[in-house]
Design a protein around this ligand. Structure first.
Ligand SMILES: [Zn+2]
Length: 355
């Protein structure tokens, strides 16, 4: 036990000495008015690999505040990509948008644990070659600093999961624990941001497996992910979500499912952020072929059925449609310029919106 503790301290010192905190490539456009850190809201994160940049896009004109989260699960790259496109292109002309492109930056700092995807994917942006980060679903065990428990238990309830590694899954920890483990502290810090900045509504962007059915190892046909193309809404946000997905289906022909937070499944952003802060909460899921465990080979960028342009374009359209639906239901909203629609992203390719 003592040797383990010494090893953990040694690893921590090594990373502190060599400054190996992960810094993904984000190239802000004109709409970014300030950049801060999540540790500004909860100082224990400072100088750890859990601290992550916070991008402010403030119109200076009174209106609601919206929080956009990508990278809660760092392999779900339609969310990180959509968040980066937002930061690099959009100008907010009414209200304010706060963006966390890499909500769990520790998870982005390691490759996907399946070992089937490269950690850095080269792409051609407006200014030449750059890399997208394809990370893991959960916090790096080295950053967590303690072994995973046998089973995961949510701190504020009796809710448990058999897989103890879920203690490193950010989207099981809300509303977080101030003196808890690093992933619990990360969730706690995000809640502090939402409270301090009076965030009116928020979207946590995710990816699931694809809806494609497949043949399992015993020769049986199995159906694909039921989560794909879903907008999960806190019960208080359900009507806004319904209006948003109706617009997406009517104008862009992409059919999404509307789902209400399951109150028995604790720790998830769409349920707990609203309950802890009052901010209306949404979670989106686009289909990532890299998350189909049955595929031996996949292309997370150019898959013929689920290319990244389709998935990130859909995330960007969900943001835009949520703004419209929020206005319809609440009477005020965020106004923006240069937010590409789903159709535009499909036409031009998502990389033409990266600096
Ligand atoms: Zn996810």
């Amino acid at each position: 036990m003592r040797i383990k503790a010494i090893l953990i301290v040694a690893l921590f010192l090594t990373s502190a000495l060599f400054g190996s905190f992960f810094r993904p490539d984000v190239r802000p456009g004109y709409g970014v008015t300030d950049i801060g850190w999540l540790s500004d809201y909860f100082s224990p994160l400072r100088n750890t690999n859990m601290d992550t940049p916070v991008y402010f896009m403030d119109s200076g004109i009174e209106g609601p505040t919206f929080l956009l989260m990508g990278g809660t699960h760092a392999r779900e790259i339609s969310g990180t990509t959509a968040a980066i496109v937002f930061i690099e292109n959009v100008t907010v002309t009414k209200g304010r948008v706060i963006v966390l492109p890499f909500s769990n930056i520790s998870a982005a700092s390691i490759a996907d644990e399946t070992g089937k995807a490269p950690h850095f994917i080269p792409i051609e942006s407006r200014s030449g070659k750059r890399f997208l980060v394809y990370g893991d679903r959960r916090t790096d065990p080295l950053d967590q600093g303690i072994p995973d428990p046998e089973i995961f238990k949510h701190a504020q309830s009796d809710f448990t999961l058999d897989d103890g590694a879920e203690s490193r899954n950010l989207n099981r920890q809300y509303p977080g624990v101030a003196d808890g483990n690093p992933t619990q502290q990360l969730a706690y810090a995000i809640i502090q941001l939402v409270k301090t900045e009076n965030v009116d509504f928020n979207l946590d962007m995710h990816e699931s497996g694809t809806p494609d059915s497949y043949i399992d190892s015993k020769g049986n046909e199995r159906s694909g992910s039921s989560l794909a193309y879903t907008l999960v809404c806190h019960p208080d946000a359900l009507e806004i979500g319904a209006v948003a997905i109706m617009e997406i289906e009517a104008f862009y022909g992409v059919s999404m499912k509307l789902e209400e937070s399951n109150k028995a499944f604790r720790g998830l952003s769409h349920l707990e952020i609203r309950d802890a802060t009052g901010s209306l909460s949404f979670l989106s899921e686009t289909p990532n072929p890299g998350q189909d465990s049955w595929r031996d080979k996949y292309d997370v960028i150019n898959d013929p059925d689920y290319p990244l342009s389709h998935r990130a374009g859909l995330q960007l359209q969900i943001i835009s449609s949520l703004f419209g639906a929020y206005e319809m239901m609440i009477g005020e909203t965020i106004e923006v310029e240069n937010l590409p629609s789903y159709e535009e992203v499909m036409q031009n390719g998502v990389f033409s919106y990266l600096n």
